[in-house]
Each structure stands twice: as C-alpha cells, then as structure tokens.
Design a protein around this ligand. Sequence first.
Ligand SMILES: [Zn+2]
Length: 504
Amino acid sequence: MAGKITIFDTTLRDGEQSPGYSMNSAEKMHFASQLERLKVDVLEAGFPSSSKGDFESVQMIAKKVRNVEVAALARTSKEDIDAAWGAIKEAAHPRLHIFIATSDIHLQHKLRLNRDQVVARAVEAVKYAKQFTNNIEFSAEDGSRTDRDFLCRIFEAAILAGATTVNLPDTVGYAIPSEFVDLITYIKGNTPNIGKAILSVHCHNDLGLATANTLAAVNAGAQQVEVTVNGIGERAGNTSLEELVMALHTRKDYLPYFTTINTKEIYPSSHLLAMITGIPLQPNKAIVGSNAFAHEAGIHQDGVLKNETTYEIMEPATIGLKANRLVMGKHSGRHAFKERLRGFGYDLSDREIDNLFQRFKELADKRKEIVDEDLEVLIAEEILRVPDIYKLQYLNVISGTATVPTATVQLETGKRVQQDAGFGIGPIDATFNTIAKMTGTRSKLLHFSIDSLTGGTDAQGNVIVRLEEDGIQTLGKGTDPDIIVASAKAYINGLNRLEHLKQK
Ligand SMILES: [Zn+2]
C-alpha cells in the first residue's frame, strides 16, 4: 500500500526570509489562500517573535485559512513560544514548530551550551508548548552535521516530552543522498520511540541536492517533507515543492507514495509567487520554468507531434498549464473578463474586479490585443497595491541626441499636488532624479530591470525596481506601453511600499 507523504510548505517562512523575497501581509494572505487551493497539508506562516509585522501576518493567515494546518516557528524560549501560540491560536488546525541547533559547531560557537543543556531546553520547550496544543513539531537545526547518537537522544527526549513530529534539517545543504539515507535509517533504528512521531526532513539546495536528498529520505522512511514553491529559501533555497510532488506523481511505478496536492494548482502557485516577489524563474527550472515543456529541436518536435509521450514524461495540463491563450480586446465585456480572471484561479473581491475591469478598459484603448500576461500583470498590481502616499499625475520627458534629458513631474501627495522638473543622463535618470527630489527619499536604487511582457513593439514595458532605505528593502513594479512611464510607476510604487514598510 502506498504511503502518504505530508507536505509541509515553508514558502512563507523559510522562503520569505531570504533576501529579495519579502512580502507584505496582504501578499502573504493571497499566497496562503493559494497554498490552500494547492492542498498542502501544513503551511508554515512565519516566525512570530521575529517582528511585529510577522506576528500580525501569521495571525491573519491563521484566522483565514481553514483547511490546512498553520504552523508558526519558535526558538525554545517561553517568549518565542508565547508569541508563536499567540499568533496561531485561532487557527482551525494550529501547529507549534520549535527548534534548537544540535550540531557541535552550533553548540560551541552559537549557543555556547553543552549537549545536556540543549536536551534540557528542548524538553522544557516541548512540555511548555504542550499546554497549548498537542500538535508540536521539534526540529534539530543543523541535524545533518549533528552526532548521530545525540540526534537519536534528543529526538527520543522530544517525543517523550510530547513532540508529534520530529524534523531533521539539512540546514546548510551539506548532505549527499546516499549518506542521508544512512542517517535516516540510523535514526529509525536507534530512536526507540520514533514510531510515535512523524519523521520529517528539511533540505537546502546549496549543492543542488535538496530534491534528491528529500526523495532519498522518503524512500528511507521519512513521512513528512518540508518544501517551498519554486524552491525559494535561504541561500540556494529549499527543496522545491513542484519537483518533489511531480517526481512522486510521475514515478508512481517506482515510488510507492502519494501526496494530496492538487497538481493542477502547481503552475498557478509558482506563477503567483514569481509575480508577488517580482523575481522571475529561470527558464530551465524543472516543472515550472518557461522552457520546461518547450520542444525546440526538430527531431523532438516531430516526435511530440506524432505522440506527446515520445519526449514528454508529464502532461502540461497536469500542473495546470493552459495550452490555449485567450486574446481579449476593447469589445470584451465585463462578464467575459470576470470569467477569464476566474480561470487564473485568483481569489478576487467584487471591488477588486471592478478596479481591474476599469484598468483593463484603459489598457484596451491603447492596445489592440490583451493576452493572459497583460491580465496577470493587472492582477498583480491590484493585489500588490498599498495605499498610495505618492501618485503620479503627469509626466513629460524630453530626450534625444541634441538635448539634455529633462523630466517634468506632477505628483499628488495626500491633498497636495506638486510639480517640478529635473535633469539626468538619460530620460529614466531624469525622471527618477526629479521624483527623488520631490519626495525627499534617501533610498538607494539597487536594481532596475525592464522587459516586455509579450512580443511586438506595442507590448507593455514591465519595469521592476528594488529600493533600499535604512536596511529595509522593497520592490516596485510598473507597467505601461510607454517604458519611461512604466519606470516612473515602478519607482513610485517602490517608494509607496517603502513608506508602508517603515510605518510597520
Ligand atoms: Zn531552512
């Protein structure tokens, strides 16, 4: 009989804490709803003691998500556990996730504790957590570099204290698949009460082995896997949810396991995350990259046309990839528009749909054809919106070979409308300089990228900027058929998001 593998998603915790992937609470909420549609078993919503903002977004997710377990991370201190429980206590199915490092390297250099003290802390923490819930996960941080017998000892103690899941993290992405199998086998053979808990693994991709190690662990008896959508996470990332799930799904003949993931939501989840974070996927990313189902070589194309199974091991529809692109235009009605949005799977309110339809009409006036990519950008901008402090009213830019690039900008700040002009070495520089002067921002522009959403010279320019001020980083996005206007929108969106984050 096939064994069920519990999917523990940590996109909103491990993924979100990696540089460049931070999300605001509205974005986290949207993504949590998508994880619910994807049908993960557990979603780790955050690390509530790390900041007030994190506490609030975990709390918001815990109140809204009903069909998935919601986990919160905590160190072994009472304050951490209190914060984590405070954030998830209203969840339908809460889980406390407590961790402490167990490797000698971490004990000596980070914790400055001996092994007995670490075991005592773990036991005390699990017992303390037990008064709140019976659903407790214990993680041995840097587990793969921990002495094997000590690992068995601390797992045994944690289970005895009440842990219902014990997690073995390869925190630094150091393990090799065959070695990891050995370790899992050893733990199963030498932890007397291991059968009373679910054994979990959490792998990092520093050597590109996260999925391989996780799959090897499953084969050796691990029953829960910790993964992230698109494999995002600290440094080189975590095990990618889509790779692990589709490996189990595609090779059922060899791997007698199953998950309850709705695979048709894999592509929408991946896409939504890339949109929210503004970080595109590499084209050759397994399962969800834009080239993952593209057949370029003539001999392959010929084979696939005759029969897909010649070169395709998975059907694109299995992961929710739509084959046909629907084109819409200015004569498309509200009903067709709404139906199309529903097709993307996003959970949008009537007010959001009204706003989107308005913006769709404005765009359709400028362009003949509107394709899925355009619509998705409209949706992303709508759900990424923060209350605007600065609004662009007017922009006029003069540039060319025989003139000093000059930008005239009109900005609305609250009820005040101000206008100014400035110069730069190019039209975008002139625009940004003028906006920076008017808003008095001290932010640094870390990154600027521009690409077109679709082919054709009338395609929309899609600009992403990354800004930093006082250690706070954010991204800004802007889209417009005019790339200078798109750049101004992205910069102003970034400034609005910075203000929003500073107020937290
Ligand atoms: Zn991790």
